[in-house]
Design a protein. Sequence first.
Length: 158
Amino acid sequence: MAIEQVKQYLAGFGLADRVIEFTQSSATVAEAAEDLGCEPARIAKTMAFDTAGQPILIVMAGDGRVDNPKYKARFHCKAAMIHPDELVERVGHPMGGVCPFDVRPGVEVYLDESLRRFDIVFPAAGTAASAVRLTVPELEQCVQNFSGWVDIAKGWQE
């Protein structure tokens, strides 16, 4: 099961005990925020894109949306989400559980600037009913295939 693989991966960083499992879905930002009792912006949603045939993941704050011109300027192609039926095969996690941990080889992972304003964030942990509590520096440290920070989110700035 994906959550066990994510726990094992996070154990390598001493963070496996931070994984939280829910009895109901936390697949959406709203569901996860309600389950965790936090503001939706603190949910670190992981979005999967196809860039010229290569999958990439971008983790951004729950209140951010993809700014298409910024995405195109950074990645030199239009933002195209990976179809949910292809997520497990191409990224390693199912819809609602996509996270930046224990991903398929070659999947680049980026963190969006929208996350930097928080001390604690909650990305998924491999299933649609899980999360992991991390500081932003911990997230940066344990992201697999970390490829850098990007600024492609809109709608979150005050």
